[in-house]
Structures are given as C-alpha cells and as structure tokens.
Design a binder for this molecule. Structure first.
Ligand SMILES: Nc1ncnc2c1ncn2[C@@H]1O[C@H](COP(=O)(O)OP(=O)(O)OP(=O)(O)O)[C@@H](O)[C@H]1O
Ligand SMILES: [Mg+2]
Length: 316
C-alpha cells in the first residue's frame, strides 16, 4: 500500500498497523506528513483500506514506515561497515532521514563517522537508558545507534531468554519505525543470536561481496541460512548483492563479477570499485563524500544511493 506526496511526488510505504488504527477511528480522511518535504496532505481512508476487517489496535501517529535494510554477510572484511556508513551518509545527503544501527562489537560505524557515543544499542537493549538518550545525530539527517564491545554482554542476555529471543531487537526498535525513511543495520561477521535478531527485524538484505577473494561459497552459505530464517519470517528478502573491491585491472574480480551476474541477475548492483580513499577516510572520521567527494568510490556509493532510494519494488 502506498501514498504519493502531491508536492514532491515521493512515494511512501504505508504502515498496515496504522491503517487498522485509523480505520477503527472511522475517520474519512487522515492527515499525512511527507517525511522528505514535510508537506502535510489529506489522504482518504477508502484509498488505503483494502479490507474492512479491523482486528487489532496499535497507536502509531503516522502512516509511514521506514525501510529496514540490513547489510550483512558472515564473511569478514567484505565492506559491510563501509557500505552501511556511506550508504547511510549518501541517503542523508539526499534528504532522507536515516538511522544507522551498529550491531557489531567492533563499533566501527561510530569510528568512521568520527563519533564516540556515550550510549548506544547496548543501553537500549538492556533498558539502562531511554531510547532518545541512546541515539546520536552524527550528521544532518543521519542518526546513529552505536555498537561496541558491550554488545557481547547483550548477546549473552539474548541467549539466556527462554522465549521470544529473536524479537529482542525488533521490540526495542519498534518506536522508531515511523521516525525515519531508512533504518540501516550493520552486522558483525559470523552468525550469532544478534544477527538472527537483525534478520527478524529488517525486511531487506543487502549483501556486500568482496571480489578480491573467492566469495561465492560464503554467499551461497548465507543464502541458505537466510532461507532457514524465511521459513519463520516471510517479510525478510534478499534485495541487493553489492560487489565490492572491484578492480577491473585484474582478471579475478571481473570473472567473479560475471559469475554473480549469471547467478543473481536481478539482485546485482553496480560494483563499488577498489579505492584506497575508502580505507583512509575512517582514520579522519569522515565519510567518502566528505573525504574524497570527487573519487570513483564516492561516485559508486552515490550510484548505490540512487538505486536503493529509487527502487520501485520498495516504496520510500
Ligand atoms: N572498495 C574498497 N576499496 C578499498 N578498501 C575498502 C573498500 N571497501 C572497504 N574497504 C576497506 O576494507 C576494510 C574492510 O572493510 P569493512 O570494515 O567495511 O568490512 P566489514 O565487512 O564491515 O568487516 P567486518 O566483517 O570485520 O565487520 C576496511 O579497512 C575498509 O576501509
Ligand atoms: Mg564491519
């Protein structure tokens, strides 16, 4: 279900829970606010409600919900964090309101953004602090829920839960659903309870695949694990396969790219080229758009921002 802003023409995905709530109130029209241009406009309920059946009540204020994209692959060093941060920064620069959630004990997202948040995901999941105290505005439009070492303790808490463990993250992030256009979730390498939680929360998966090394085994293993999750959670979909470390000067990456193209034609994104600026930028606490705006890496991430934000199979 979608509504289109009459002013800026941006399409918004409608939160089905919100429709149920508004339908119950018997109002004929509701007022929607475009998260991009802030324009307020009326929406007729009968254009939103498909079925008159109203079964449950929730109380959100808005009908718009964020796209939740996790950036994940069990293999380490493939560009997950680099992609999470630069995709987030690029979307923020394009005017979208973005939340970057770092679920990794390495806490690299904060480092790349040059921030040292005093609280983050751990304090949220352990309920030590209220949600707004765990968030940090890292850049205009780009908010951060930082990760770090303390998440190791959270994983143990999740492991000890006797039921509903896989929904721990979803429950904690639920209030943020309608606050952002995009919620991006960076994950650690490997496979653990926190990654399972991410896959029970996100609806779209972006997998970076490093073309430097033999990646296809890791990718097919991951797709199998995702399939196991999809048996219990239908909403999660593999959406984007992003080749990283593309170096056209050598044959290996090109061959692997061709293989990916054959195997996953609909998921494949334009590759992110190998570029030393991407490795240098973090030590200056800068995104690629700040550190090397004219570089080909900046161009590649801009292209990714465009592809994802304009993806008609997902409405923003
Ligand atoms: N396209 C690229 N060209 C050159 N260097 C890159 C590129 N992408 C990422 N890097 C560098 O490669 C290293 C690994 O990238 P990154 O930390 O994003 O991977 P990761 O998948 O998040 O790793 P981990 O699994 O450990 O979390 C970093 O030093 C990063 O700066
Ligand atoms: Mg990482």
């Amino acid at each position: 279900m979608i509504i289109t802003c009459p002013k800026c023409a941006r399409k918004h995905k409608v939160n089905p829970d919100s429709i149920k709530t508004f339908a119950k109130s018997k109002k004929k029209t509701i007022l929607a606010t475009c998260r991009s241009c802030k324009f307020k406009f009326p929406v007729a309920m009968d254009t939103l409600v498909e079925s008159p059946k109203v079964t449950e009540t929730v109380a959100p204020n808005s009908v718009l919900s964020a796209r939740k994209i996790c950036i994940t692959l069990s293999k380490g060093g493939v560009g997950k964090t680099t992609t999470s941060v630069n995709l987030g920064a690029g979307l923020a620069l394009a005017g979208y309101k973005v939340l970057l959630v770092d679920t990794d004990t390495q806490g690299q997202s904060s480092y790349i953004l040059g921030k040292r948040p005093s609280a983050g995901l751990t304090e949220l999941l352990t309920k030590e602090l209220p949600l707004d105290e765990c968030l940090m505005e890292a850049r205009k439009n780009l908010w951060l829920l930082g990760g770090g070492k303390s998440l190791a303790g959270v994983k143990r808490i999740i492991d000890r839960k006797s039921f509903g463990a896989e929904y721990t993250l979803s429950e904690a992030l639920k209030p943020l659903d309608q606050e952002y256009d995009f919620i991006l979730i960076d994950t650690s390498p490997g496979w653990d309870q926190l990654i399972v939680n991410v896959l029970f929360y996100a609806t779209e998966v972006l997998v970076p695949v490093a073309l430097e090394v033999m990646p296809l085994h890791g990718l097919s293993e991951f797709i199998k694990s995702l399939g196991a999750i999809q048996k219990y959670r239908k909403e999660i979909q593999l959406k984007y396969i992003l080749p990283t470390f593309m170096d056209a000067r050598i044959q290996g990456p090109q061959t692997l790219h061709d293989q990916l193209k054959k195997l996953y034609p609909t998921h494949l994104c334009t590759p992110i080229r190998y570029n030393a600026s991407l490795a240098e930028a973090p030590s200056f606490g800068k995104t690629i758009f700040e550190y090397a705006p004219g570089s080909n890496a900046s161009e590649d991430y801009r292209e990714l921002v465009k592809k994802i934000s304009q993806d008609q199979t997902n409405l923003v």
